[in-house]
Design a protein around this ligand. Structure first.
Ligand code: DQQ
Length: 656
């Protein structure tokens, strides 16, 4: 039972969850069942010629000179399949309710959309990433490990594949890979959340009690904070939730806009014996993190000033605040503070919809945090992920003593296509997050170890030499569900002989994988078709600076990831720290329409959504490529086929 002091016994406002109407059979996709049998015999482009042996797996160094700029020209599809052009519906979602735009309508501008057919659209559904059975999902909410189960709540529209009518979806898992969908945890049934049960966080109290704080959008679209708790704390599945009868527990303070006050964090304990939370907001154009103390989660005391704020960064959504150890690799409970500890502040910038973090020092007495390096402060420096990854949230997993990060991965195709698919958005593979002990200046993120339980057969490719301007196919069979680990070495003589330059390289401002330099780009082409008409390069680009030092960028180029005209084709990426003596390394998880990439053990990450029209089912391939002009590269890889996860509705009849 919850502590009387904390929650009153008055449960007049008890919340009755929706009945579990779903009892459809388990759906587990096996790659071999789902994928169409690949057309046998490689119909490689004519330029793919020579072959090259390698240990442990087959690959051919085809020296495919891909033209002056390394490009393979794509021709527009001429599909005779029954296909329907999807009408374009430019409707704004979210802005009038007080959050940023939640729909994609930046494409086309009046042009006809690509004629997607059902087979292409169904292929986009993922096999081992968390997603609801249907409809729209956005932010991760209240992740927590409770009585043997990982709980995942999320922003969910039960009515459509677009943002709106937001409630809390709920699923449970033993390992954060296989999931059981549960009934909605909280719906919009009170004046203080009737326009949306928005984002919130879980806190576990020292006696094991669990509380949830979340933002409600009221009947007048005011953003307020509310308290909820499990109806039965002994239920490990936490199926029923009670909203506190005294809600809302916090309303926007003077000087803060009614629609600029949302997303309470997990609470942390102070040495004074109080709980402290922070809530995102803005003052004019300054993004801020307001701070409150509470003893019972019902009444709060606003602390003067703020935890932190950064000029020009706009509204801070989904602020996260947590400690990281500078000496140990394990994660830390949110309340841990003291020697050997730094604190991370993360804000999701409503203005550009990216998640930025900074590492710094938290002073409990003043309730203020200062960044280690003001040049890379929150919102102006480092991002968790340089692709599509937003509104993320961490939790401390006391089960495995690690901090785990979840992030919302939206769609980058048209809203009309999402409506036709009947679903929109994924969650990233949960990532362990810790301070990079080697650099001390960035975090490292890595897929939770449990994802490795999905690995099936693997192939090794050892010391594959890829000469400048060539492409090497990797024979891994079908390539829509993969876990790829790769290491690269540059040719030492080429590096030595390369002239120094004062030129800066930026993935996003570059010409993508077609832009050739002396020492890059090189890496992998994933979700590529045999003729390379469609391909998604994930790659490094190395530049030798004036000081003779190498500077490395890590990028993903979506320019030719699809022949469709109504999907995002921008180039993602950023700088990645590479320390002396380190090889260049990357990991890529490919799961149908999502490609999650991690460079140098997770120092720089890029998540992209890819919507091929040809490189799908059995026609998806993976290649090594080197588009540098001066250096050969030597790559060693291990590539696993990945199984599908069990993600299905919970049924009372089934044993857990
Ligand atoms: N999503 C929620 C808000 C949050 C935003 C609404 C971030 O609470 O600020 O769905 O995507």
């Amino acid at each position: 039972m919850l502590d009387e002091k904390l929650i009153p016994s008055n449960t007049d406002n008890n919340y009755a969850p929706l009945p579990d109407g779903s009892d459809s059979p388990a759906s587990r996709r096996s790659p071999t069942k789902v994928l169409l049998v690949a057309l046998c015999g490689l119909v490689m482009v004519g330029v793919l010629l020579a072959s090259m042996g390698c240990n442990g797996g087959s690959s051919r160094d085809v020296h495919a000179k891909t033209g002056g700029d390394g490009d393979v020209e794509a021709s527009l599809p001429n599909s005779k399949e029954a296909a329907t052009a999807i009408p374009h519906m430019p409707i704004s979602r979210g802005v009038s309710a007080g959050v940023s735009e939640k729909s994609n309508h930046q494409f086309l501008r009046g042009a006809a959309s690509f004629p997607w057919n059902n087979s292409m659209l169904s292929w986009q559904r993922t096999a081992f990433h968390f997603q609801p059975e249907k409809n729209w999902m956005n932010d991760p909410n209240g992740p927590v490990f409770y009585k043997g189960w990982y709980h995942f709540f999320y922003q969910y529209n039960p009515h459509a594949a677009v943002w709106g009518d937001i409630v809390w979806g709920h699923a449970v898992s033993r390992d954060m890979i296989h999931w059981l969908h549960l009934p909605l945890a909280m719906v919009a049934d009170q004046w203080y959340d009737i326009n949306g049960v928005w984002t919130g966080s879980a806190t576990i109290l020292p006696d094991g009690q669990l509380i949830m704080l979340y933002t409600g959008s009221t009947d007048k679209h005011v953003q307020v904070q509310n308290l909820a708790y499990p109806a039965d704390p002994n239920d490990p599945l936490l199926i029923n939730w009670v909203k506190y009868s005294g809600n809302p527990v916090l309303v926007p303070p003077p000087g803060i806009g009614a629609r600029d006050f949302r997303d309470p964090t997990t609470a942390w304990y102070t040495s004074e014996g109080k709980w402290r939370i922070t809530i995102g907001s803005k003052v004019n154009k300054t993004g801020v993190s307001l701070i409150y103390d509470t003893e019972d989660f019902k009444t709060y005391n606003m602390i003067d000033g703020m935890l932190h704020g950064v000029d020009g960064t706009g509204m801070w959504e989904c602020v996260d605040f947590y400690p990281v150890s500078i000496i140990a690799e394990n994660g830390l409970d949110t309340s841990i503070n003291g020697q050997g500890i730094k604190h991370v502040v993360k804000a999701s910038l409503d203005d550009d919809r990216h998640d930025y973090y900074a590492i710094g020092t938290y002073d409990e007495k003043t309730a203020k945090w200062v960044p280690d390096n003001p040049k890379i402060d929150v919102g102006i420096g480092i991002r968790y992920d340089y692709g599509l990854f937003y509104a993320s949230k961490t939790f401390y997993d006391q089960n495995k003593k690690r901090r785990v990060l979840w992030g919302w991965v939206g769609e980058s195709d048209s809203e009309a296509a999402d409506v036709r698919k009947g679903w929109a958005s994924l969650q990233s593979i949960p990532r362990t997050v810790a301070l990079d002990q080697k650099t001390g200046t960035n975090l490292i993120q890595w897929p939770v170890e449990e994802v490795e339980s999905l690995r099936l057969t693997s192939k090794n490719f050892d010391n594959v030499k890829v000469t400048p301007g060539s492409v090497v196919p990797l024979d891994v069979g079908t390539a829509t569900q993969l876990d790829i680990l790769a290491e690269f070495e540059l040719d030492k003589d080429a590096v030595h002989n390369t002239a120094e330059t004062n030129g800066e390289f930026s993935c996003t401002a570059s010409g993508g994988a077609a832009q050739r330099g002396a020492l890059g780009p090189f890496g992998l082409l994933v979700l590529a078709d045999e003729s390379l008409t469609e391909r998604t390069p994930v790659y490094f680009y190395v530049v030798k600076g004036n000081d003779g030092k190498l500077k490395t960028s890590f990028c993903t180029d979506q320019k030719r990831s699809s022949q469709a005209n109504d999907v995002n084709k921008i180039i993602y990426g950023s700088f990645v720290p590479v320390l002396d003596g380190e090889k260049l390394s990357l990991r890529i998880l490919v799961d149908h329409s999502i490609v999650e990439s991690f460079a140098q053990g997770g120092r720089t990450c890029i998540t992209s959504r890819v919507y091929p029209t040809k490189a799908l089912y059995g026609d998806a391939r993976v290649f090594l490529f080197n588009n540098a002009t001066e250096t050969s590269i030597t790559g060693s890889l291990k590539v696993w086929q990945m199984n599908s996860a069990f993600i299905r509705p919970f049924s009372n009849n089934r044993s857990l």
